[in-house]
Design a protein around this ligand. Structure first.
Ligand code: HEC
Length: 191
């Protein structure tokens, strides 16, 4: 009797531990999502620092305004499994980056952890059914970002005026270094 209880307890512990955190998402979804988001962040980051070097923050802002969306769409690559690639945030600058319901669930997952002072996981995968998945990767605010996303009183020269003109509904201000900023989202379809 005692042994069977022990066995049952062990079985339960094993069953709990073996439940994968990604809720059954194939490892391939993570692999694809990571590769695509890496490539997006490299492309956007590289272009941003070049633009800042060439024409300062205020010039780079124009570049983000014109190029961020096309560059984001370009990253989709020739991988047939990859659908849309986006950046989403609750505090969006471009209204095209407003979250939908699934994005909000993913954003909540990260904001709750951040509010509790917990370290953010590298990814969050949603299974939407019919082989459709969304891979989410968190973005944090670095010192450089504050030039265009920080306290409105301390933005880089000329940035505030341009933001008001280009993004009258801008919510992506007032961030501090280390804040959770939003997510890269990669839609993946598995056969
Ligand atoms: C030169 C100014 C500038 C800098 C520096 C900058 N951004 Fe942005 N950011 C923008 C602009 C402009 C947009 C809107 C782009 C568009 O219209 O597609 C934007 C959009 C975004 C978005 C998409 C969501 C939204 O709000 O529309 C994210 C996420 C983001 N920025 C994160 C960052 C992070 C993280 C950093 C630092 C690594 C950073 N940005 C640095 C100007 C900047």
């Amino acid at each position: 009797m005692k042994y069977s209880v022990l066995f049952l307890a062990l079985l339960l512990i094993w069953a709990c531990q073996s439940t994968p955190e990604k809720q059954g998402a194939p490892a391939a979804v993570s692999q694809i999502g990571k590769a695509i988001s890496d490539s997006l962040l490299k492309t956007l980051g590289g272009n941003l620092s070049r633009a800042v070097q060439d024409s300062g923050f205020s010039g780079a802002l124009k570049f983000c305004n014109i190029e961020a969306m096309p560059l984001t769409r370009q990253v989709v690559a020739e991988n047939a499994a990859v659908g849309e690639v986006k950046r989403v945030s609750e505090k969006w600058r471009n209204p095209a980056n407003q979250p939908d319901e699934n994005d909000l669930a993913a954003l909540n997952h990260f904001t709750t952890l951040a509010a509790n002072g917990e370290a953010l996981p590298a990814e969050f995968v949603q299974e939407l059914g019919s082989g459709q998945y969304r891979y989410y990767r968190p973005l944090k605010v670095a010192a450089l970002c504050l030039n265009c996303h920080g306290d409105p009183a301390h933005l880089a020269e000329g940035v505030g005026e341009q933001l008001q003109a280009l993004y009258p509904e801008d919510k992506a201000l007032g961030y501090e270094e280390g804040d959770f900023r939003g997510l890269v989202r990669v839609s993946v379809k598995m056969p």
